[in-house]
Design a protein around this ligand. Structure first.
Ligand code: ADP
Ligand code: MG
Length: 444
């Protein structure tokens, strides 16, 4: 959207590429409040005064054209923001709190579809959101990749912030936590460490995502243990996510494991078909599309394990249709999703396909194989082809016979037996079969 706005300014004012690159491209949105868009000017070199004189109005116009609402424009430098944040460490503004907390604005309870796979985790999260620090502490959410753990965690944070924007919430991943800890340790002075501790202990709600990554990292576990204790004893809410339950987290210190189990464990599993359809519909509604039922059902039927993939598929179809300026039809959906749905779908292996491959391998023609010549140069490959047809083509011997020059099914059976015997004794045959099988089914 922001890119679009910049492009609009560029087109409407016929800016050259170089002006565009120099002045507009580096600008980013810092925040959007009710009436004000605050734009971050990355550095002094790009003159703030010049930009605000020259581009404030064009930007204002473009924003109003593209969003349909009027905003004032404010420019800030990175230094300004730091000062602001130092002066007012606790914001009472929802948008700013959301940014400080490091939250994705899209991950709310409103956009979360409740299904049988996540009902319990959802209810637990909502309960925690309604009374943070009071009932389930910690809340431990676990489940496979792309099933909605991060989304739920953020929903709790949004819910709390909406009611009380001054709540100090921090979302982080265990990797970030580890990196910051390493950084603080490397700095080697007490202030760095104190700062780190202040950051994580001086908050009301800590969301820590993908905790499984602290497994095996001793100092991180140690530090986290103390962070946990400090927050927990101060009745501050902790929400943890992981790809597995604590009991399955091997090499996790027992004292930490037991703490994870103090509160409430809630798992999220794979969504069933109805939930998948509901999620696709929700997404469609949010993005303002309206696809045919059959297409939604097609996606939901085929993409089962992971919600991120489910959404990705829908996006891909829509992007493709937009790009090609085509309607979203079933045919288009099938084409677009072919790779995702069956990446190494075994090509249907037909006798013809096998015969060609075998012929090529032995440097003879397919006709030689189908034909009736009886010299050893063709008889052996012919039997190999029969054998591979039986193993891979998944059709009755009778049909194999028909495809191989109308031979009787007993002839095919005989050929197969021959090769089976060879396989017991001959390394050459073993090798040949191995190579040909690989060639015929590359996925396996
Ligand atoms: P995880 O953290 O478990 O790997 P995410 O929370 O990142 O998974 O979810 C992956 C994607 O699926 C996100 O875009 C999220 O919004 C979406 N998603 C997951 N669960 C739901 C749900 N129940 N309703 C709507 N969207 C969901
Ligand atoms: Mg996640």
């Amino acid at each position: 959207k922001w890119d679009e706005i910049l492009e609009t300014v560029k087109t409407e004012h016929e800016l050259s590429d170089v002006s565009f690159k120099t002045w507009l491209k580096p600008l980013t949105i810092h925040s959007i409040d009710d009436q004000v868009v605050t734009i971050l000017v990355p550095s002094q070199q790009v003159g703030l005064n010049y930009i605000s004189k020259k581009y404030a109005l064009p930007l204002k116009v473009a924003i109003s054209e593209l969003t349909g609402s009027d905003y004032d424009i404010k420019f800030v430098l990175p230094e300004d923001i730091q000062n602001v944040e130092k002066d007012v460490p606790v914001s009472t503004n929802y948008n700013t709190s959301m940014e400080i907390a490091n939250l994705n604005p899209k991950y709310t309870f409103d956009t979360f579809v409740v299904g049988s796979n996540n009902k319990f985790a959802h209810a637990a999260s909502l309960a925690v959101a309604e009374s943070p620090g009071e009932i389930y502490n910690p809340l431990f959410l676990y489940g496979g990749v792309g099933l909605g753990k991060t989304h739920l965690m953020h929903s709790v944070a949004h819910f709390i912030l909406e009611r009380n924007p001054s709540t100090k919430i921090l979302y982080t991943t265990s990797e970030e936590f580890t990196n910051e800890l390493i950084e603080a340790i490397r700095n080697g002075n007490n202030t760095a460490m104190t700062k780190f501790r202040e950051k994580y202990r001086n908050i009301d709600v800590l969301l820590i995502d993908d905790i499984q990554f602290i497994i095996g990292k001793e100092s991180t576990q140690e530090e986290f243990f103390h962070t946990f204790n400090a927050l927990h004893s101060a009745k501050k809410q902790i929400i943890i996510s992981s790809d597995k339950p604590p009991k399955d987290m091997e090499i996790l210190e027992d004292r930490i494991r037991s703490r994870f189990e103090w509160g409430l464990l809630a798992d999220i599993s794979s969504p069933d078909y109805e939930t998948r359809v509901a999620i696709l519909r929700k997404k469609e509604e949010m993005d303002g599309y309206n696809l045919d039922d059959s297409i939604i059902e097609y996606i939901a039927k085929n993409i089962k394990s992971n919600i991120r993939e489910l959404e990705g598929s829908l996006n891909k179809i829509i992007a493709y249709a937009n790009l090609e300026k085509r309607e979203v039809t079933m045919e288009l959906a099938e084409t677009v999703l072919k790779d995702i749905i069956s990446p190494n779908d075994k090509k249907i292996i037909t006798p013809e396909y096998i015969i060609n491959a075998v012929a090529e391998h032995y440097d003879i023609t397919p006709e030689d194989i189908i034909g009736t010549k009886r010299n050893s140069k063709v008889v052996y490959p012919r039997q190999i082809a029969m054998y591979l047809c039986r193993e891979l083509a998944n059709i009755p011997l009778k049909s194999i016979g028909q495809c191989m020059g109308n031979r009787d099914h007993t002839t095919i059976m005989h050929g197969c037996d021959k090769i089976e015997q060879e396989l017991q004794n001959s390394q050459t045959t073993q090798k040949a079969i191995e190579i040909l099988k690989k060639k015929l089914q590359p996925g396996n």
